[in-house]
Design a protein. Sequence first.
Length: 277
Amino acid sequence: MGPSGPSILILYYFIMTTKTKQSKSSNVSPKEKNWEIKDRTYILTNGRAPITWSIQTRNTPRKPLLWFNEETGETRELRLTSNHPSLFIDEQKGPALLEHVMFEDGVLFVPRNKQNLQKLMSIYHPLSNGNLWEEVDTAKEAKDEIDWIEYELKALNLVQELDISHIEAIMRTELGSSVGQLSSKELKRDAYNFAKGNPKLFIELSEDDDLKLRNLANRAVEANIIKLTDDNTVFKFANGKKIMTVPFDQHPYGALAQYFKTDEGLDLMKSIAKKLA
C-alpha cells in the first residue's frame, strides 16, 4: 500500500526545504560555516587613523560592490541595509534602508547584533582581510600579551639567579666596554632594565654557551693581557707573539671563544682567567 496524500505532501515539503537550504548554503562564503556571533572591532591597516573614513556599502553601476563565489562561479551584488536579513541584493525584497559605515580615528566597533555589517567587513567586502582594514583578534592579542609577560618574568628571574660575571657577559653585548666601569649594583640595575625591555633577547643571550668565553676575550683585551690588531684579524700576546688569526667570516671575539675550546686555547683561557681574577 502506497503513502497517503498528506504523507506525500509532507515528504515533498521536506525535500524542497532541504534543497532550498542546500542552495542557500552553497551560495554564501564557506567562512560563514563556523561564524561566531560576538562583538567585533576593525582597524584600518598600515597605522592609518584619519578622523573619519567612510566605506562603500552598496553596489552601483559606477562603483561595483560584488562578491564572487569561487564554488559556483557566480557573482552576487552586495548592499548593506537596516531592513533586510541578507547582504545580497537578489535576496532583498521591497524598499531598502541603506546603512552608512564610518571608521573614527581608524577604528570601527560593530556589536554582535549587527551581523550583516560584521559579515560585510570580515567576509564579503573586497577591501576586507587586510586590504584596507582588518579585524582585531582579541584572543591572539591576549596570547601575545601573556607570552610577553611570561618572557619578561623569566628574564627578570634570570637577573636574580645568574652570577654577576654571567650578567656582565650579557650586558657587554648591550653596553660594550663601558660595562667594566659599572659597579655590581649599577650592572644589575641595567640588567633588569634590559630584561624588561627586551626579555627574549636577554633569555637567548643567557643561554648562549659561548657568551662567557666571548666576555673573557673582551676583558682580556681591555686589560691588555692580549691584543687585537686594528684590522681585527689577529690576536697577539702583549709581547707581540701571535695567538691566532681570525677566520675571514667570523667575529674576532667569537673566533677567540671557539679557540678557547681547543686543547691549546684551554691553557690560554685558564691563564687569562687567573690574571683577571
